[in-house]
Write a protein that binds this ligand. Structure first.
Ligand code: FAD
Length: 484
């Protein structure tokens, strides 16, 4: 990355080289615009590559492998208990990151996009001041731009009471550093990041306890899907406490002592009043990065939750500044950021493009995975929208049986009159790969008939999508016919 001090002039400057930012800079360059990409991080790739999607999936891959070797004993293939060399595992995870980061650098070079390592701040609506990253105040010059795309992302949310300055208390970034494998780990928060990291540490040998304030894991996902995951997590995690909260944490030198409080009477599995854990992972959501950017020197508006406000062409209240990715709102997902990047590049190139996606898939990479796209059944219920829901349990899938993973369910949520597919939800091994077809079906306005009549290869788990769609008409071969 370049660091010399000067004032550069450019058509487009992008702040943040995450999946939103680098995609926006590359797509703008592909449309003939001069683009500069600024990121304060050591490597491009943002949270997703350096401390999010990619390292967590590398570790989840290892977790799945460990779990499969355990299960194989039941099929007559026994492995000895895995020996985990944490230094090698950490090195491998870091190599995965480095390889991808170097790919992004190459792609930037091939497009003549200048990549600058610096902290960027708005001096006014058309100038950025660059300083050294990580609090280093070195003057790295200015950038005068015609348009800027703010893709500054988000960071882990914190709760003041949990800030106890203990190396035993970590956020997702700390958990991905893989410093050690604690004997016991408390995960505070039953959202996707906590459950994914819990899955990794449980496979590596930690006794994992999850505490979640609401009455279910993964708020936002349909309950019938979550139930399947919860059934398995009950055997891989030591304990799951729902409707319970952490009220205090204290580092006692050899552990963290956690004080719990039940949030309701008569809980099925209430937490003890206090319990000691070797480590605690706090994963209670994410906060947009919109503070400390000099936005007050521009016309950009920030909403009450800290998200930068944009219109359907991703333009902020300042005509020179656009924003994409986590910093503009939910769902905070890499592919949403990249989609917005393509739209904003079109807008910057003068095209009449607007945001108009019909479905943004979401995946929880636990074991089994949960994935959904389009409308969920609970969203339809909340909105009072009538829908027809048809389900295909994986107990009836030949491929799932061959993998000894019948713990799955695929469901299609369709319009009861037109049969148009509005949403699909899947829980099961590889659900994340299967959801892509469903997203395309929604984007292409396919009906459940279209999906059911599509020939799905046998024997694959993708057949469950076709069969769930056919079940909307009671014509699924592998389920008993509906009673007439
Ligand atoms: P980010 O990736 O957050 O990148 C923002 C960049 O901006 C950073 O590199 C930062 O250094 C830089 N920056 C910020 N301010 C400045 C400044 N002033 N000057 C210069 N640079 C600046 N999403 C998925 O879709 N799938 C997953 O499996 C998934 N797993 C995740 C797992 C974990 C543990 C975490 C934490 C997140 C995960 N996410 C996942 C979410 C995903 O990482 C984010 O949605 C995605 O990274 C957002 O992209 P972005 O481009 O908006 O910003």
């Amino acid at each position: 990355m370049t660091t010399e001090s000067e004032t550069r002039e450019t058509d487009v400057v992008v702040i943040g080289a995450g999946p939103g930012g680098y995609a926006a800079a590359f797509a703008a360059a592909d449309q003939g615009l001069k683009a500069i990409l600024v990121d304060a991080g050591e490597q491009p790739g943002g949270v997703c590559l350096n401390r999010g999607c990619i390292p967590s999936k590398a570790l989840l891959h290892v977790a799945r492998l460990i779990n499969e070797t355990r299960e194989a004993g039941e099929w007559g293939v026994s492995f000895t208990k895995p020996k985990i060399d944490i230094d090698t595992l950490r090195r491998w995870k870091n190599e995965v990151i480095d390889k991808n980061a170097s790919g992004i650098r190459q792609l930037a070079k091939s497009r003549k996009v200048e990549l600058i390592r610096a902290w960027a701040r708005f001096e006014n609506s058309q100038t950025l001041i660059l300083s050294g990253p990580e609090g280093d105040s070195a003057d790295l010059g200015r950038i005068r731009f015609k348009r800027c795309v703010l893709a500054a992302g988000s960071r882990p949310a914190t709760i003041p009471a949990f800030k106890i300055d203990s190396p035993r208390v970590m956020d997702s970034t700390g958990a991905l550093e893989l410093q050690s494998i604690p004997k016991s780990l408390l995960v505070v928060g039953g959202g996707y990041i906590g459950l994914e990291m819990g899955t990794v540490y449980a496979a590596l040998g930690s006794e994992v306890t999850v505490v979640e304030m609401t009455d279910g894991l993964l708020p936002g996902a349909d309950r019938d899907l979550v139930r399947v995951l919860e059934a398995r997590l009950k055997s891989t995690f030591k304990s799951i406490h729902l409707q319970a909260k952490v009220v205090k944490m204290a580092d006692t030198g050899d552990a963290v002592e956690v004080t719990f409080e039940p949030a309701a009477e008569g809980l099925k599995n209430p937490p003890p009043a206090t319990q000691k854990f070797d480590r605690v992972l706090v994963s209670v959501g994410r906060t947009p990065n919109s503070q400390g950017y000099g936005l007050e020197n521009t016309k950009v508006k920030v909403g009450p939750r800290g998200f930068v406000e944009v219109d359907n062409r991703l333009q902020t209240a300042d005509e020179h500044i656009y924003a994409i990715g986590d910093v503009i709102g939910e769902p905070m997902l890499a592919h949403k950021a990249s989609y917005e990047a393509k739209v904003v590049a079109d807008v910057l190139a003068g095209k009449k493009t607007v945001l108009d996606s019909r479905a943004i898939p979401a995946i929880v990479f636990t074991d089994p995975e949960i994935a959904w796209t389009g409308i969920t059944e609970s969203q339809a219920k909340q909105a009072g929208r009538p829908v027809k829901v048809s389900k295909f349990p994986w107990g009836a899938s030949g491929r799932a049986t061959a993998m000894a993973r019948n713990d799955g369910l695929t469901k299609v949520i369709a319009d009861p009159e037109t049969h148009r597919v509005l949403g699909v939800g899947i829980v099961g091994v590889g659900a994340g790969e299967l959801i892509a077809e469903a997203t395309l079906a929604i984007e292409m306005a396919a009906s459940a008939h279209d999906v059911g009549l599509t020939i799905h290869p046998h024997p694959t788990l993708s057949e469950t999508v076709g069969e769930a769609a056919e079940q909307a008409f009671g014509t699924t071969i592998h389920l008993a016919p509906p009673k007439r």
